[in-house]
Ligand binder design. Structure first.
Ligand SMILES: O=C(O)c1ccc(O)c(O)c1
Ligand SMILES: [Mg+2]
Length: 628
C-alpha cells in the first residue's frame, strides 16, 4: 500500500516537510501547490529532491475553479491547467487534483462539468498525466462525492478519476456506505482526515480543525472500510489542515500521521477480512493486563526523600537489584522501582529532570508482539547494555524520550523480580494499597493528541470524554484513556499556561512526564488511619469544601465528619462513589493519590480537582507566586 501525506499537514518549509515525511516512513507525498511555489528551487530540483528522499510524488493539488465555467473563464481555466501540467512534468508528478468549483460564475450542470473533464482528460493523456476530481463539502454546485462520481462517470475518460476525502464526506454527514457502489479502479486517490465534532461553518472547520484519523470524532474507519471494499488499491494519504499542526514540530506531526494511518488501515483489515489491504501483518492492538511497575530515577537527598515518603505510605524495600543501585518497593500488586544508577537511561533522566518517573512497565499478553506492533507504528525499540544477571526485557521509547518495558508470563519475564532482585527481607506494615489505579501524565495542551494517539493505537484502549479542570491560574484539560476492563488507565493533563500547577511542573521538568500516580485501596478510611500512624503527610483540604459536599450530596453527618477528619475528597456518578486523598507534593510538584472506587464509578474525581490544586498551591506555590 502506498502511504502519503499532504505537505500542508506539516509545519516548516518544503525541505523540512520532505525530511519529516520521509523520516516518518511514508512512501509518498502530496505537493500542496503553495509549498512548492514558496520554495526557491526549480520544479526539476524539487522533484529530484523528493525522489532522493525516497518519496514518490503522488499528487499535485489543488487546482481550483475549473469545471462548469462560461466563456471566457472556461478557456482561461484550460490555459491555467496547461501551465500546471508543465510544472507537474518538470516535478515528475503524474496526477493533478481538481477540487469542485466555488466560483460565483460557475454554471453547474453535471453534463457540462463532465464535458469539461473529458476535454481535460484528453489534454492530460497527451502528456501522460491523470486528473482526479474531489467534491469540496462547500463546492458551489458539486459538494457530494456521489455527484463528483457521476461527473467522472459521464466524462468517461481513462485519465479522469475520482478523489475521495473523508472530511468532505463525513463532515457533511454523508453516508460513507455510498462509496461501496463506486468501482475501485475509477477512484484515483484517497485522502483521509478526522476532525473533532464542533458546530461551525464547514469551510472553517475543514481549514483549521482537521486532525489525524483517530484523533477526532468522525467515523474515518467506516469511510476507509467502504473505500477498500471497492477494490481500490491506490495511495492512502493524509490531508490535515490544522492550525496547531502548522505550528508544531514537523517530525512529531509526521510520525503521528504515520502511526494513525498504519493503525487505521490495520483496523480496516481486521474489520473487513474479505478485503485486501496490502500492508505487512502486525500484531493486534495490545491488551494491557496491569501496570507491572513504575520506576523513578532519584539519587542522594532526592532518593532519601522519596524513600521516606514511600515508608510513610507503608511501602518497604522488597528487593535489591543483583548488580545495580536499584531497589524494588512493593505493597500489594504495586511495584515502585527506585533507580539511583549513575549511567544509563535513568541517570540521564535524572540529570535532565531531577527526580522523575523514568520508566513504566506494563504487563501484557506478549511482550515481543507489543514491541513489534509499536515498531510498525513508528516507535523505536529501546535497549541498554545488560548488567550481570539481567533479563532482556522488551522495551520501546514512548514519546518525548520516555521508556516503556513490557512483561509477560509466557516468556518467563514475569520472573524478573526473583531473577534480578535479592530479597530485601523487610516486611512492610502496608496500608491496604493494592494496585495502581491510574497514572497521570502532564504535558502541554499541544502534546495531548500525540500521546492519546500513541496509547490508543498501540494498546487496546479507548479515549473518554475530555474534561476541563479549573486550576486557580488557568485551565487544564484532562483526557482519560482506558483499557476496556479498566485495569489500565492513563490520564493526560494538558496545560495551557505555565501558571497552572501542571504548567509549572512542565516548565521545571522539561517536557511531558508522569506527575502523579493513583494507588487503589479497598477501604480508604482504614488506609487513612494506617497512613496517619506512619506519619504520612496528607494534603489538607479547605473546610469550605466539606461544607459544600454537605450541600451537593445527601451524606450522613457521620460520614461527612469522617471525610473531613481524614481529608478525603468525595464524588459520585450514576454508577458509584469515589473517595480520594492526596500526598503533599514532593520533588517539584509530583504527588501520590489514594483512591477507593465504590460500585462502577467511572471517572477520576474531576469536580474535586480545583480544590485539590488550590490546596497544593497553598503548600508549594509555583515559582514567582506568593504562598497563600
Ligand atoms: O480547503 C481547501 O480548499 C481544500 C483544498 C484541497 C483539498 O484536497 C481539500 O480537501 C480542501
Ligand atoms: Mg482533500
Amino acid at each position: 500500500m502506498k502511504t502519503g501525506i499532504a505537505t500542508v499537514s506539516i509545519s516548516g518549509n518544503l525541505e523540512e516537510k520532505i525530511e519529516a515525511i520521509a523520516g516518518a516512513g511514508f512512501s509518498g507525498i502530496e505537493i500542496f501547490e503553495q509549498d512548492f511555489i514558496a520554495d526557491i528551487r526549480s520544479p526539476r530540483e524539487v522533484g529530484r529532491r523528493i525522489r532522493e528522499a525516497g518519496l514518490e510524488l503522488l499528487l499535485f493539488q489543488p487546482f481550483r475553479d475549473f469545471e462548469g465555467l462560461p466563456a471566457p473563464l472556461r478557456q482561461r481555466a484550460f490555459d491555467r491547467a496547461e501551465r500546471k501540467f508543465d510544472v507537474m512534468q518538470d516535478l515528475g508528478c503524474e496526477m493533478l487534483m481538481v477540487c469542485s468549483a466555488v466560483h460565483p460564475e460557475a454554471l453547474g450542470g453535471i453534463d457540462r462539468a463532465a464535458a469539461d473533464f473529458a476535454e481535460l482528460g484528453e489534454r492530460a493523456a497527451a502528456r501522460g498525466l491523470r486528473v482526479g476530481y474531489e467534491a469540496l463539502a462547500w463546492g458551489r454546485h458539486v459538494n457530494d462525492h456521489r455527484d463528483a462520481w457521476e461527473i467522472v462517470r459521464r466524462a468517461d475518460h481513462p485519465n479522469v478519476g475520482l478523489v475521495l476525502d473523508s472530511f468532505h464526506t463525513l463532515g457533511r454527514g454523508l453516508d460513507p456506505e455510498s462509496i461501496r457502489a463506486i468501482p475501485g479502479d475509477r477512484i484515483f486517490f484517497v485522502q483521509l482526515a478526522d476532525a473533532p465534532l464542533i458546530e461551525m461553518d464547514l469551510l472553517y472547520w475543514s481549514r483549521h480543525f482537521r486532525n489525524m484519523p483517530g484523533e477526532g470524532d468522525l467515523d474515518v474507519l467506516r469511510f476507509a472500510r467502504a473505500v477498500m471494499a471497492t477494490g481500490y488499491s491506490g495511495p492512502i494519504s493524509l490531508e490535515i489542515f490544522n492550525d496547531q499542526f502548522r505550528g508544531g514540530s514537523p517530525t512529531t506531526i509526521a510520525r503521528d500521521g504515520y502511526r494513525s494511518l498504519i493503525s487505521l488501515m490495520d483496523e480496516v483489515r481486521r474489520e473487513e477480512p474479505e478485503v485486501s489491504v496490502n500492508l505487512p501483518a502486525l500484531p493486534a492492538p495490545v491488551r494491557v493486563h496491569d501496570t507491572s511497575f513504575v520506576e523513578f530515577a532519584a539519587r542522594g537527598d532526592d532518593l532519601a526523600a522519596l524513600e521516606s515518603l514511600l515508608r510513610s505510605m507503608g511501602f518497604r524495600p522488597a528487593g535489591r537489584h543483583v548488580s545495580k543501585a536499584v531497589t524494588l518497593w512493593q505493597q500489594g500488586d504495586i511495584r515502585i522501582v527506585l533507580n539511583a544508577e549513575s549511567t544509563g537511561h535513568a541517570a540521564n533522566a535524572y540529570t535532565v529532570r531531577g527526580p522523575t518517573v523514568c520508566d513504566i512497565g506494563l504487563s501484557v499478553g506478549s511482550a515481543a508482539d507489543t514491541v513489534t506492533r509499536a515498531t510498525a507504528l513508528g516507535s523505536e525499540p529501546f535497549s541498554q547494555p545488560l548488567g550481570p544477571g539481567e533479563l532482556p526485557i522488551p522495551a520501546i521509547r514512548g514519546l518525548g524520550g520516555s521508556v516503556m518495558h513490557f512483561i509477560d508470563g509466557a516468556s518467563g519475564l514475569a520472573e524478573v523480580w526473583d531473577v534480578e532482585f535479592d530479597a530485601a527481607g523487610e516486611d512492610g506494615p502496608g496500608c491496604g494499597l493494592t494496585r495502581i489505579d491510574h497514572i497521570a501524565q502532564t504535558m502541554t495542551y499541544d502534546e495531548m493528541l500525540s500521546w492519546s494517539l500513541f496509547y490508543t493505537t498501540l494498546f487496546d484502549m479507548r479515549k473518554q470524554l475530555m474534561v476541563d479542570v479549573i486550576d486557580p491560574d488557568g485551565l487544564v484539560r484532562s483526557q482519560a484513556i482506558e483499557a476496556p476492563d479498566g485495569r489500565f488507565r492513563i490520564t493526560l493533563n494538558g496545560a495551557e499556561t505555565h501558571k497552572t500547577l501542571a504548567g509549572s511542573f512542565l516548565a521545571e521538568g522539561l517536557g511531558a512526564t508522569v506527575q502523579h500516580i493513583a494507588l487503589e485501596t479497598g477501604d480508604i478510611f482504614a488506609t487513612a488511619a494506617a497512613l496517619r500512624e506512619l506519619g504520612f503527610k496528607v494534603l489538607q483540604i479547605s473546610p469550605n469544601y466539606f461544607d459544600d459536599l454537605a450541600a451537593r450530596f445527601d451524606l450522613s453527618a457521620d460520614f461527612l465528619g469522617r471525610l473531613r477528619d481524614a481529608n478525603i475528597l468525595y464524588d459520585a456518578d450514576g454508577q458509584g462513589e469515589f473517595l480520594q486523598l492526596y500526598s503533599q507534593p514532593f520533588a517539584g510538584h509530583m504527588f501520590f493519590e489514594i483512591v477507593e472506587r465504590r460500585g462502577g464509578y467511572a471517572g477520576y474525581g474531576a469536580p474535586n480537582a480545583p480544590f485539590r490544586i488550590a490546596a497544593q498551591k497553598r503548600l508549594d506555590p509555583p515559582k514567582g507566586m506568593p504562598a497563600m
